[in-house]
Design a protein. Structure first.
Length: 366
């Protein structure tokens, strides 16, 4: 009961802190010139401050630091050596490194190669202390770990492309990642994930359409590093042995994986640079199909919720069943991708209906 209240308190603390700190971040962004001006490859049509990631990071970190030291059970587990003391500080430190990398990019617009170098440095530094001691296992896990960390950092960054998307998705994933960590006996990581989820939810109150502040690359990198880091520590070597915990975290984080895979494949087939921005993501296409209103947003939230529930089911299942659920999710997302690929994102008609909020007709996507 006490531990349950702790999780709730951590979630609520992250939420309330974000409600306080997000307006302060908005004021700071306006004062310091962290403003996202309308561009051809962006959806918004008015200048908007984008320092929301700083509020999310501070809220998540403070929520964890303020609440968890006062929980006797967690303190006892740390003191008895039943939980690794460095796990949460390590994750928070490198999530903060992602925040700093994003702040630099927000301010100075780093080149794709510079961002990739920074992401690789963060991923390598994070993975070194959490890799298993067995040399052979470590050697096999390194490419998987790098792909996981760098891929998800970019996936979360790409997913931050419309009002309310990443704030809502981060909240949902934080909740399910926290539940998964609890089931796996990692209350420290559960509290951290829920603190991040609560902070994302508090930020969402200001980012829900029409947004008054954006996360910026700083926020996307922070949330991405935090959730990817928690997920890796929960899955660990089971990414190689195909255990249930690895399947669970893949399912919980499946939507960003789907979106970056979809964008990569479609742009490759169209001979377009993958790193160049555009309004051809899964979220943009859903918005164009559904038209005015927030149906696309709720659809993305629903897909993430279903994926999270599937992840919890996988966690309580035998590995063959868990990875069967992953295979089913892959098939469903592939089917959705085929449907979304038919949306003519490069046509003048698409841009017109997208900006006006009118749904595309069946003839438009034929």
């Amino acid at each position: 009961m006490e531990l349950s209240l702790t999780y709730g308190s951590t979630l609520i603390a992250g939420f309330l802190l974000a409600l306080i700190l997000t307006p302060l971040s908005r004021f700071l962004a306006l004062s310091a010139g962290f403003i996202d001006y309308p561009r051809q490859d962006r959806v918004h049509r008015r200048p908007t401050p984008f320092l929301g990631g700083l509020a999310v990071a501070l809220s998540a970190g403070l929520a964890f630091v303020i609440i968890t030291p006062h929980v006797p059970l967690l303190s006892d587990l740390w003191r008895q050596g039943l939980l690794p003391r460095a796990a949460v500080p390590l994750t928070l430190f490198f999530a903060s490194a992602g925040l700093v990398l994003g702040l630099i990019d927000d301010r100075f617009e780093l080149s794709p190669s510079q961002k990739l170098a920074g992401q690789l440095a963060i991923a390598i530094a994070f993975l070194i202390p959490v890799m298993p001691y067995a040399p052979t296992l470590k050697l096999l896990l390194w490419p998987v770990g790098l792909l996981w960390m760098v891929g998800l950092l970019n996936a979360f960054n790409l997913l931050d492309n419309m009002d309310g998307i990443l704030g809502g998705v981060g909240s949902i994933m934080g909740l399910f990642m926290g539940a998964a960590a609890l089931k796996l006996g990692r209350p420290d990581l559960a509290a951290l994930a829920l603190a991040g989820g609560g902070a994302s939810l508090g930020f969402l109150c200001f980012n829900f359409p029409p947004a008054t502040i954006f996360l910026g690359d700083a926020g996307a990198f922070f949330i991405g590093t935090l959730l990817a880091g928690v997920g890796w520590q929960l899955g660990g070597s089971e990414f190689l042995t195909l255990g249930s915990s690895a399947a669970a975290v893949v399912l919980i984080l499946s939507y960003p994986i789907f979106d970056i895979t979809f964008v990569t494949v479609t742009r490759f087939l169209e001979h377009r640079p993958i790193h160049v921005g555009g309004i051809d993501h899964t979220t943009h296409r859903l918005h164009a199909m559904f038209g005015q209103g927030k149906r696309a947003l709720w659809t993305v939230y629903g897909l993430n919720t279903l994926s999270g529930l599937a992840g919890l089911v996988a966690l309580g299942s035998a590995p063959p069943v868990a990875w069967t659920l992953v295979a089913v999710a892959v098939c469903l997302y592939a089917s959705l991708g085929v449907m979304l690929a038919r949306v003519p994102v490069h046509s003048r008609k698409f841009l017109t209906v997208f900006l006006k909020g009118e749904p595309l007709t069946e003839r438009d996507v034929a």
